[in-house]
Design a protein around this ligand. Structure first.
Ligand code: CUA
Length: 315
């Protein structure tokens, strides 16, 4: 298209320059130029040639467009991406734990290099947009409609950590709806996936045990975790309305990447989340499952410390 456009540009501009120069008004020459009206042959020519050029561009463009929509073949990693106000949910439907539950994580997407990954995207509320510039194009997440994007990172990109951002205005926390993509070797990815499939341990003593009580009483209203008790019995606690916290301690950031994940930051976050990130927890509607942010539960210092100990310990 660029080559065609350059040829057309040069021809048209040359013709224009020649017309301006050759037929300009000269001193002492007041003759009126020859007046003509209409030229059927010329008009047909300058209609047919551009029409043919446009057809020549359209046919290969459409072929490539349809090709791009074809689902990838062969050994593909599928990730179901759900946009939420204001965080990202990543579910790997083909990577399941002993109970058959798919690997689920939030805001940090791990993918192996040298392999095709297909993201199947949807939204839980409003339109969001997946945008990780050095990885692939941009794709909207539309409620009630599946969109997809696929990419195959080169093998030598293993180790890259690529920041991404929601690119469609989606409300108060839009600017803080960020993510991080980890490109990993296949071995590193497998190790990460295996570790993420392990349940978290229910602590029996210390501040962690106190933290677990607070977790089940408060956090579990929105957050889910897969936990294992002392007898090795695995169960799922909580609601899946906010990020899954089973492996919170293994993530590098919190609040959809508004802060690095450190015990100090987590304490600040629990103490007053809306201070750190624009959210609207006063509009939360549990009956409709519509969550617009984490509320400040007014926890005391000791309770916060207990929760931090629990969550940072869930690697
Ligand atoms: Cu989600 Cu902007």
């Amino acid at each position: 298209m660029l080559v065609l456009a350059i040829i057309v540009f040069v021809v048209v501009e040359l013709a224009l320059a020649v017309a301006i120069f050759r037929f300009r008004k000269r001193k002492g020459d007041d003759r009126e130029p020859k007046q003509t009206h209409g030229n059927t042959a010329l008009e047909i020519t300058w209609t047919v040639i551009p029409a043919l050029i446009l057809v020549g561009i359209t046919v290969p463009t459409m072929m490539v467009l349809f090709e791009l929509r074809e689902p990838p073949e062969g050994d593909v990693i599928t990730v179901n991406v759900t946009g939420h106000q204001w965080w990202w949910e990543f579910e790997y439907p083909d990577i399941v734990d002993a109970q058959g539950r798919p690997l689920t994580t939030a805001n940090e997407l791990h993918i192996p290099v040298g392999k095709t990954t297909e993201l199947k995207m949807n939204s839980a509320d409003v339109i969001h947009s997946f945008w990780v510039p050095p990885l692939a194009g941009k794709r909207d997440l539309v409620p009630g409609r599946e969109t997809s994007i696929q990419f195959t990172p080169d093998v030598d990109r293993a180790g890259e950590e690529i920041p991404g951002q929601c690119a469609e205005f989606c409300g108060l926390g839009h600017a803080d709806m960020r993510m991080l993509v980890f490109l990993e070797t296949e071995a590193d990815f497998e190790a990460w996936a295996q570790q993420q499939l392990e349940p978290a341990t229910i602590p029996t003593e210390g501040p962690e045990a106190a933290g677990f009580e607070i977790f089940t009483a408060l956090c579990a209203a929105c957050h889910q975790a897969v936990v294992k008790d002392q007898d090795g019995v695995v169960s799922v606690i909580g609601e899946a309305l906010a990020p899954d916290l089973t492996h919170f301690g293994s993530r590098s950031s919190l609040g959809a990447r508004v802060l690095d994940n450190t015990p100090e930051h987590l304490a600040q976050w629990i103490d007053n989340p809306s201070d750190i990130k624009g959210m609207a927890p006063e509009l939360n509607d549990f009956e409709k499952g519509r969550i617009l942010g984490m509320p400040d539960y007014g926890l005391g210092e000791e309770e916060i410390r207990a929760l931090v100990a629990l969550l940072e310990g869930w690697k």
